[in-house]
Design a protein around this ligand. Structure first.
Ligand code: PMP
Length: 386
């Protein structure tokens, strides 16, 4: 079995498993309880928050744990729109649905107008257009993701933060695909809200976080016992929180080594495909790029075959990839992101996404399998003609 779908989710790191074990067994107290069993668990949450804050260059009071990036995106957007009576939001057509659907609801309810920033032919944000939109619209919230989960494009969130500052806008960014892969120093960045999710960097599922710049306190979306400093009610997911912090610590410690490995796997896949004899391969977005695209993602359109048929053939050969993203697979099968790109072949795209647990042999096997698929297709067509 070859797992090459790490943008959908990743395997738990053994060090993470070790770190969470005591919280699955003896350390089960409720962190809100003031007895010793509760206090020790509260201490573990505090330490986890400190770790996340230190690694991201934030202060602990700016980090709040949530059930994942979906919830964190909902909290940032709805919270900011309601707290600051935002009437205009700038986003792009290739954001995650957790962002687009939240905005669509606010638009339908008459709270906001949405402007979609232009994307260039490779799917990168047109900063000139963004500035024009900002100049024309006061009280704007910008929501643009750091790396796109389907095509891997990286957006210059430093530059966008500066534009937000210049035009008095609020800037939210979804960094789910870059946390643990890219270093952040939030103290040096002009970002108001930022979100991440542990299961994308070898942590557990169902746990994520939001960074809320200390300038802000937004309207909570989940009310209850006042946990997370009143920003998110509900007994904390202790196992998740401890696992998230450990996963981020390990990712940060080994970042250079792992990123250079993953980057080489990406380059190797691209070079092997180039000499595979499969004609007319097209790279979606900027996913062939090493600098403008995340190291883990390669999104390819293959000729003649649909995503579904390639996906099934690879699956039968024991290779897990993704056609579009796991999230868009819940919809109609085609990708809202790739359809939004000027040169789209959305019915044909396959996403390979690597992690530190992949190796070169696996890439060889993937390419051999693809060559086999095209070989038999070709033979089948020839036979039909005869
Ligand atoms: N944003 C992006 C960019 C993602 O890739 C994902 C996961 N597909 C999410 C948000 C949602 O994250 P979660 O699974 O933690 O809800």
């Amino acid at each position: 079995e070859i797992y090459c779908d790490n943008a959908a989710t990743t395997a738990l790191d053994p060090e993470v498993i070790e770190a969470i074990l005591p919280f699955l067994t003896q350390n089960f107290g409720n962190p809100s309880s003031t007895h010793a069993a509760g206090r020790s668990v509260k201490e573990a949450i505090d330490q986890s928050r400190n770790t996340v804050a230190r690694i991201l260059g934030a202060s602990p009071g700016e980090i709040y744990f949530t059930s994942g990036a979906t919830e964190a995106n909902n909290l940032a957007l709805t919270g900011a729109i309601q707290t600051y009576e935002i009437s205009h939001v700038i986003t792009s057509k290739i954001e995650h649905k957790a962002v687009l659907q939240t905005l669509a609801r606010h638009e339908k309810e008459g709270d906001i107008e949405i402007s979609f920033v232009k994307l260039d032919e490779r799917g990168h944000v047109d900063l000139y257009h963004l500035e024009n939109l900002l100049r024309a619209n006061p009280r704007t919230l910008i929501t643009l993701m750091h790396a796109n989960n389907e095509i891997g494009n990286i957006t210059d969130i430093h530059a966008i933060g500066v534009l937000a500052l210049r035009y008095n806008a609020i800037f939210h960014t979804d960094t789910t695909q870059t946390i643990g892969k890219v270093r952040f120093d939030l103290n040096q960045m002009d970002i108001d809200f930022l979100v991440g999710s542990a299961h994308k960097f070898h942590g557990p599922k169902g746990i994520g976080f939001i960074y809320i710049n200390k300038k802000h306190k937004i309207k909570p979306q989940i009310l209850g016992g006042g946990q997370e400093n009143g920003q998110r009610g509900g007994t904390e997911n202790v196992i998740g929180i401890v696992g998230l912090a450990k996963a981020l610590e390990v990712a940060d410690r080994d970042l250079e080594v792992n990123q250079s490995k993953v980057c080489r796997l990406k380059q190797y896949l691209i070079s092997k495909l180039a000499i595979s004899g499969i004609a007319n391969i097209c790279y979606n977005g900027d996913s062939k790029s090493i600098d403008n695209s995340i190291t883990s993602v390669v999104n390819v359109s293959f000729p003649c075959l649909t995503t579904e048929s390639i996906f099934k053939k690879l699956d039968a050969a024991g290779i897990a990839v993704s056609g579009g993203s796991a999230c868009s697979n819940l919809g109609n099968g085609s990708s809202h992101m790739i359809s939004a790109l000027p040169c789209q072949r959305d019915k044909e795209n396959v996403r390979f996404s690597f992690s530190k647990f992949n190796d070169f042999d696996e890439v060889d096997y993937i390419v051999e399998t693809l060559v086999g698929i095209y070989g038999s297709e070709h033979a089948g067509r020839k036979k039909e003609k005869e």
